[in-house]
Design a binder for this molecule. Structure first.
Ligand SMILES: NC(=O)c1ccc[n+]([C@@H]2O[C@H](COP(=O)([O-])OP(=O)(O)OC[C@H]3O[C@@H](n4cnc5c(N)ncnc54)[C@H](OP(=O)(O)O)[C@@H]3O)[C@@H](O)[C@H]2O)c1
Length: 194
């Protein structure tokens, strides 16, 4: 509260005192600014230390990989990286991947990029996909269970499961399970099920 003393006769007398009153506020703003900068710097260094970019140039000629959710996002970028290193890729996604596939072949000059339909929200689709892979591939070196959804339109899938759980976990679990125990060697850096 500002108490105007009777000694102050005009605005010129009051003004310097008002400015003095603002000092604690500006000190508060400066402190807050400093704290925010420190927090942002800490976040930046935390992210730098935890987020990594693959810069491997290992040759993958002769290897076969499946990438789920390969039509867009991280899956697409993963296929691009693996294909540029000579890997044979089977892109698996629920949507039409023809354009993504042709783009990747064009960018990487690797013709061994194939697209196969896989709907992880359907157990039947997962089974059909796995059985086609087992028929068509002699071996499988890399399985990247990348596809995922955050929200779903319906509460339940046709299998009566929660859609997010089925796409992100159950579908991938079944796929991995069906591909194990054959001549396939299944490995994944991020989703280790074994
Ligand atoms: N981006 C991030 O910051 C972040 C952070 C943590 C974890 N992740 C995880 O990383 C993975 C990829 O993330 P992202 O950002 O690349 O996601 P995204 O851009 O949404 O890509 C997900 C891919 O999964 C496909 N997909 C969706 N439902 C499917 C289904 N039923 N069957 C088969 N494929 C299906 C999508 O197909 P269409 O879109 O073509 O329909 C899309 O190609 C996800 O598992 C996500 O949870 C991402």
């Amino acid at each position: 509260m500002i108490v105007v003393s009777p000694h102050f006769q005009n605005l010129g007398d009051i003004l310097p005192h008002l400015i003095q009153f603002q000092c604690p506020d500006s000190l508060f703003s400066t402190t807050m600014f400093f704290i925010i900068c420190v927090v942002l710097l800490l976040c930046y260094f935390y992210m730098r230390s935890t987020v990594t970019v693959t810069r491997s140039s290992s040759c993958l000629v002769g290897k076969t990989a499946i990438v789920t959710g390969a039509n867009s996002g991280i899956g697409y970028q993963t296929v691009l990286n693996l294909a540029s290193r000579g890997c044979k890729i089977i892109m698996a996604d629920v949507t039409d991947m023809e354009k993504s596939k042709l783009d990747i072949i064009k960018f990487t000059n690797n013709p061994n990029v194939f697209a196969k339909h896989l709907d992880l929200s359907s157990l039947k689709s997962v089974r059909d996909f796995a059985s086609e892979i087992l028929k068509s591939e002699d071996k499988l070196d890399i399985l990247i269970n990348n596809a995922g959804v955050l929200v779903a339109k319906n509460n339940r899938t046709g299998d009566g499961l929660h859609p997010v759980m089925q796409v992100n976990y159950f579908g991938h679990f079944l796929l991995t399970h069906l591909l194990i125990g054959t001549n396939s060697l299944v490995s994944s850096q991020f989703h280790v099920w074994l």
